[in-house]
Design a protein. Structure first.
Length: 319
């Protein structure tokens, strides 16, 4: 099969071995896949991953022990847990934190930038007919945005600020606007902010004045030290700071300030697929406006260059 490999950079292989699903896993033909910032960082050496990239996808099941899955369009939870009765994380209902897990296109498991991938049947979710491939491919990052509401209560009376107008920041704003909260998205790109404005979200350019120590919740989606500093400046005492992006290198943090202000610091990563699919199916979230361009699999170099360019949102690959 054709595949995009991360191996000291990015490499296209037109004759990569087809994956063979072990018991309990399904073989899926990839219909559409999305490039995210994690993929860009993996190519630069993040986590020292070697193998097929890609974890955002929609595909069609072509082989599975469960015959009802064959022919279905599916998306899939990217974390493949061991599901062992001896695993404390799995038995406690925390499979995304299983210490023995592999992660699609990120750690120990080939990913979605290929003709085929394999995932456990338990990880798969059927895509409703009214959700197009172009919408379904956003399920994984949209689920990550939904995870915030699975971790913290946001009321209509809360003042919420989302920092960062990238793909994830926009999806977070799309989800949190549904709470009715007083929501503001802060970013640097007017065209990206215009997408959120079209959803009815208040927007501000980075650098515009915002009330200090007034926000009940700040969601940090920039992954930059400056973003963290801005979040602390905006957050009131006893407020909640949600971190949706990883940070490269050490981050200098005033820990005493967190203690004195009694800040709730919340890491937030992967999320629930069922709510994300419901939002897409109901039309409450339509992410298609985030698509910048679609490339063929053998146009990998152009696709990744485009995805890394300033102002670009979602770049898709269509095997």
């Amino acid at each position: 099969m054709r595949a995009l490999l991360c191996n000291n950079g990015l490499r296209y292989d037109s004759a990569y071995p087809n994956p063979e699903p072990p018991p309990g896993e399904a073989l899926i033909r990839v219909r559409l896949a999305g490039i995210c910032n994690t993929d860009l960082e993996l190519v630069r050496g993040y986590l020292n991953f070697r193998g097929v990239l890609g974890h955002e996808f929609v595909g069609e099941v072509v082989q599975a022990a469960d015959a009802t899955l064959i022919g279905q369009r599916v998306v899939g939870d990217i974390n493949a847990a061991c599901r062992s009765q001896a695993c404390a994380a799995c038995t406690a209902g925390r499979p995304t934190h299983c210490p023995n897990r592999t992660t699609l296109g990120i750690a120990g498991r080939d990913g979605a930038f290929a003709d085929y991938l394999i995932l456990p049947q338990a990880n798969l979710y059927a895509v409703p007919e009214n959700i197009s491939d172009e919408m379904a491919v956003f399920t994984e990052p949209l689920a990550a945005a939904c995870e915030i509401l699975a971790q913290i209560r946001i009321a209509p009376t809360d003042r919420v600020v989302v920092l960062g107008d990238g793909k994830l920041g926009l999806l977070v704003a799309a989800v949190l606007r549904l709470t009715g909260a007083d929501l503001t998205l802060v970013g640097r790109n007017r065209s990206k902010l215009a997408i959120a404005e079209g959803w009815g979200v208040q927007v501000r350019l980075a650098g515009d004045p915002l009330p200090a120590r007034a926000a009940d919740v700040v969601v940090e989606c920039t992954g930059s030290p400056q973003g963290f500093e801005s979040a602390r400046r905006l957050l009131r005492p006893r407020g909640a700071l949600v971190l949706k992006s990883t940070y490269h290198g050490a981050l200098s943090v005033d820990m005493s300030g967190l203690v004195v202000d009694e800040i709730t610091l919340l890491g937030s990563r992967c999320g629930p697929f069922a709510p994300a699919l419901r939002l897409l199916s109901s039309g409450l979230v339509d992410p298609r406006g985030l698509i910048s361009e679609t490339f063929a699999l053998d146009q990998a170099a152009d696709a990744f260059a485009r995805a890394a360019a300033p102002g670009v949102l979602k770049v898709l690959l269509a095997p």
